[in-house]
Design a protein around this ligand. Structure first.
Ligand SMILES: [Mn+2]
Length: 375
């Protein structure tokens, strides 16, 4: 199935998503737009914000009472974020204006369920726009669930693309977002090419811009801020000139570091994250593993093991994040195993006491699934 057919099949849900947003704007309800604080998450959220904020500002003197955009650093919708959002929704609920919670590039997994159930105890509409491996219970519980994995078995249609497609049914969003998100989340060439053509930008430029957006997003952290727009407005060129040398320098530094410390076992590459990363500094463990992964080529898997999580990148190997989590849970029931993402990139969390057990089970799983590929 091509990604274009996926988009076509998602059409009715894209329309539903646009309709629920339009309804909230019309009813002057509070809209909270939550998004993952990475390039893809920002792309999806900004595409929507660009088209809805002008309408909200036109119709409301105090637009900030009707709309908030909040980045999330965790790869799931946190329970305390749900409490924060509910507190913000109180006024809207009390005045019978059904608020709307939109979650972009996040929110569709099992880990999100408790927070979403808490939200749904109140009269709140929930729209999820995500492309990660999802929980069917989340799908059932929310009002609109937009995820390409309901149609196909991959997440190549990113949150940025979905956000853009929804935004297009409301207004005229910047067409750089879907291409940029596809490059950032490493979607299939077919769909990236399609959106890159639409944006009129070369892939090299998009790759550099994605690095800058990720860097800015990392440093903006949980901030409610518009500073990210400087990467999309007339300051773009100056911003990229400012940031790229520094990002590239840090990346080069990490190429040397990971090369020195990565441990190879056939085509499985292990990196001890505790030894190579500085807490709270860019690049993040996920990015470090990405850098190590790109040092090699061909069929391979790179794993960054920390005290309480493991983050991985996969190319050409049999690896299913759902399966590996199931297997870890079965073999280490005392490990508080959690996590998700994609089959080609993701993170699994656990308690520090089972670090070595996790390593062992992961090793066995990869070996079992790739008997013919390990050489
Ligand atoms: Mn994403």
């Amino acid at each position: 199935m091509t990604n274009n057919t996926t988009l076509k099949d998602l059409e009715p849900t894209i329309k539903k998503a646009a309709d629920i947003i339009k309804k909230a704007i019309d009813e002057r309800s509070l809209i909270i737009l939550r998004h993952h604080a990475d390039c893809d998450g920002y792309c999806g959220a900004l595409a929507i914000e660009e088209v809805i904020l002008p309408i909200i500002q036109k119709e409301n003197m105090k637009a900030w009472q009707k709309y908030k955009r909040l980045p999330m650093k965790a790869p799931y919708y946190d329970y305390s974020d749900a409490l924060k959002d509910l507190s913000n929704f109180q006024l809207s609920i009390a005045s019978n204006r059904k608020p709307l919670l939109i979650i972009v590039d996040n929110g569709c997994g099992e880990e999100d369920l408790l927070a979403l159930k808490r939200i749904k105890q109140y009269n709140v509409d929930v729209l999820i726009i995500d492309h990660h491996v999802y929980s069917e219970e989340v799908e059932k519980r929310v009002d609109v669930f937009l995820n390409p994995r309901t149609i196909t078995n991959n997440g190549d249609v990113t949150a940025g693309m979905l956000g853009y497609e929804v935004a297009k049914r409301i207004g005229d969003p910047n067409n750089i977002y879907p291409a940029l998100s596809g490059v950032a989340d490493k979607s299939s060439q077919e769909i990236v090419d399609h959106y890159a053509r639409l944006s009129g930008h070369k892939k090299e430029f998009l790759e550099e811009l994605a690095l800058c957006v990720d860097f800015e997003a990392y440093n903006l952290s949980f901030m409610e801020s518009d500073m990210i727009y400087d990467l999309f407005n007339e300051k773009q060129e100056r911003m990229m000139k400012l940031l790229l040398p520094s990002i590239k320098e840090k990346t080069e530094e990490y190429k040397v570091i990971t090369k020195k410390f990565v441990v190879r076992d056939k085509n499985v590459f292990w990196l001890d994250i505790n030894k190579v990363s500085s807490y709270g500094e860019y690049p993040t463990p996920g990015k470090i593993v990405g850098i190590a992964h790109r040092l090699e080529q061909g069929k391979r898997i790179t794993l960054g093991l920390a005290d309480d999580f493991i983050t991985f990148r996969v190319d050409g190997m049999n690896f299913s994040v759902k399966e590996v989590i199931e297997s870890l849970r079965k073999k280490i029931p005392h490990g508080k195993i959690n996590g998700g993402g994609h089959d080609y990139a993701g993170t699994i969390k656990f308690i520090p006491a089972v670090k070595e057990e996790v390593k062992k089970v992961m090793k066995e799983y990869i070996k079992r699934k790739n008997e013919n590929k390990l050489k």
